[in-house]
Design a protein around this ligand. Structure first.
Ligand SMILES: CC(C)(COP(=O)(O)OP(=O)(O)OC[C@H]1O[C@@H](n2cnc3c(N)ncnc32)[C@H](O)[C@@H]1OP(=O)(O)O)[C@@H](O)C(=O)NCCC(=O)NCCS
Length: 148
């Protein structure tokens, strides 16, 4: 498995993973393409035999020195072999290298799989935000602070 910034040729695969993982409300493909244009180093893919099997998308706040994990998704046929852990670790390292002293993310309270991964990588719940993503869209705000 190879983890690296997405190439333009990977974007169709990223969109495919997004649609398979979040069929009820995927990011539109053009949003992912635009993120790639804006911050190509913050869209990472996991590839196996040239196939995109997962991706992680980050962003940097323009108001604070915080980095954000906007999305993390691994194709259902390729889970449980460390792709998400490696994607998230690489994204966090990249954000920290850019000067982000903390990395934030939102996760659904019921998403115990993702929360288990975030816990293991040192993220801690700092706030329960009711309706963070609109009515019924409660989210936990989790934060990883860089150890100095
Ligand atoms: C969450 C997700 C990205 C994990 O992807 P993955 O590649 O299977 O995860 P990994 O193999 O790297 O596993 C990393 C950790 O995740 C947790 N995890 C993974 N699969 C799990 C499962 N079935 N049950 C419980 N915990 C699990 C474990 O803590 C695991 O650590 P371990 O290997 O030391 O046990 C994947 O399940 C997914 O795409 N889910 C849907 C989208 C989603 O929820 N994204 C996050 C939104 S905030």
């Amino acid at each position: 498995m190879d983890i690296s910034p997405a190439r333009t040729a990977d974007l169709a695969g990223v969109v495919n993973v997004e649609q398979r993982v979040f069929p009820e409300g995927p990011y539109p493909g053009f949003v992912l393409y635009q993120h790639h244009h804006l911050s190509p180093d913050l869209l990472l893919v996991a590839r196996e035999d040239e196939e995109v099997i997962g991706y992680a998308l980050g962003a940097v706040s323009t108001r604070t020195d915080a980095g954000w994990v906007l999305s993390l998704a691994v194709d259902p046929d390729h889970r449980g072999k460390g792709a998400a852990r490696r994607l998230l670790t690489a994204l966090v390292e990249h954000l920290q290298a850019m000067g982000c002293r903390e990395v934030l993310l939102h996760v659904a309270p019921a998403n115990t799989t993702a929360r288990g991964l975030y816990d293991k990588l040192g993220f801690r719940v700092v706030e329960h935000q009711d309706d963070a993503l609109g009515p019924g869209g409660d989210r936990l705000l989790m934060k990883l602070t860089q150890s100095s």
